[in-house]
Design a binder for this molecule. Structure first.
Ligand SMILES: [Fe+2]
Length: 381
């Protein structure tokens, strides 16, 4: 059985309140740096922000469990995610996988809710490859979901939760900037439209009995590709695991916290100083698990100035164990007729990382290229 590590919990209140002193923010920044550099994963909390309250946590869990309790016919009516970088809608069981193993989870992906006047404005310039409207269930299903929710509608609860988590992410940007010795507002300058391309995923992990994880898993071992991931897992069920010291360790849920992990993009930009940790989700064979994950992105065209210019460090970063550098279709069990394509794509993944580090490719283009690798439809695992 996996053991738990002493993963720290960081109170980030100083990053979320205007009244804090620079000294207080710097202290939090130092804790963030230590945690990013040790595990790449840590818990955050604050008594000053509603997203950490039991009430809000219960609210989003209620909405999420109601969504996944819909019958299969109703779920089939929810628009499904489509291939490509833009991901909104229902993710059926087996609809995605980061490896050759079938992932026993279903999900719902949503993000920024565009207001009509914003849509009008953006129509003149066009949306980028990570922007677009949410794909909500139809009205009869939404009406059904609303019944039984204590405060607010299904859509409102989800939208509010997303905006709250984005707000917390913005606070973290301040802390990470300080931790890296940059001006406090430096990373925020590269995240001015983050809310419109970042997104939330509600996940429902199904129990399975394959304890070797050879044929089924909740979520395959992977690193996240993006900038920051913030996760609420209000269930007591253990499932998230971190690979550390050559073994897997449980990352248990803690009340009134979010789990944060760095992504490949952030890690590469810091020459690997901030870790993008290898993690997975497994099952105890009995209990279902729900989690809400926010994938927080910088701007689509962000080319955050490299924080590390040392060629040797850059080289080490590119040879690191990032999912970015693996073609996630090129796993055992793949159709061998596609091998040559896979080989070319694997090469391409490495050159994409180099381009990223040299500032020759922007974040959005990089992410769009990655999403094509995990979409599953009529494709072998
Ligand atoms: Fe992940």
């Amino acid at each position: 059985m996996s053991t738990s590590l002493a993963i720290p919990t960081i109170d980030i209140s100083a990053l979320l309140t205007y009244s804090s002193s620079k000294q207080q923010r710097q202290e939090v920044a130092t804790e963030l740096l230590n945690s990013f550099a040790t595990f790449g994963v840590f818990y955050i909390t604050s008594s000053t922000h509603p997203v950490f309250s039991s009430k809000k946590s219960k609210q989003i869990l209620d909405a999420t469990t109601r969504l996944f309790a819909l019958d299969p016919t109703q779920k089939s009516q929810i628009p499904k995610i489509q291939p490509g970088g833009f991901t909104r809608g229902y993710v059926p069981v087996g609809g995605e996988s980061g490896s050759a193993t079938k992932e026993l989870k279903e999900g719902f992906s949503y993000g920024y809710e565009w207001k009509p006047d914003e849509l009008e404005a953006v129509a003149k310039t066009g949306m980028n490859g990570l922007q677009g409207p949410n794909a909500w269930p139809n009205k009869p299903i939404l009406d059904q979901l609303d019944q039984g929710l204590h405060e607010g509608t299904f859509k409102h609860i989800l939208q509010e939760f997303y905006l709250n988590v984005c707000e917390v992410a913005k606070g973290l940007l301040k802390g990470i900037s300080l931790a890296l010795g940059l001006p406090e507002d430096e990373l925020a300058k590269h995240c001015t439209t983050s809310e419109t391309i970042s997104f939330m995923r509600l996940f429902h992990y199904l129990p399975y009995a394959d304890h070797q994880h050879t044929s089924q898993i909740g979520s395959s071992a992977h690193t996240d590709w993006g900038f920051l991931t913030l996760i609420l897992s209000p269930c007591k069920t253990v499932g998230l695991q971190l690979f550390y010291g050559n073994e897997w360790h449980d990352v248990p849920s803690l009340e009134n916290t979010l789990v944060v992990n760095g992504g490949d993009y952030l890690s590469l930009l810091t020459g690997g100083k901030l870790i993008s940790p290898l993690h997975r989700v497994v099952s105890n064979g009995q209990e279902e698990r729900y989690s809400m994950c926010c994938f927080y992105y910088p701007d689509y065209d962000a080319k955050i100035p490299l924080l590390v210019q040392d060629q040797e460090v850059k080289g080490q970063a590119v040879s690191g164990n990032y999912s970015l550098l693996r073609d996630q279709r090129a796993e055992e069990g793949e159709d061998s007729s596609r091998t040559s394509v896979m080989g070319a794509e694997r090469q391409d993944a490495k050159s994409v990382a180099t381009k990223l580090l040299n500032g020759d490719i922007n974040f959005g283009d990089y992410i769009v290229s990655k999403w094509t690798q995990v979409y599953r439809k009529d494709r072998a695992y």
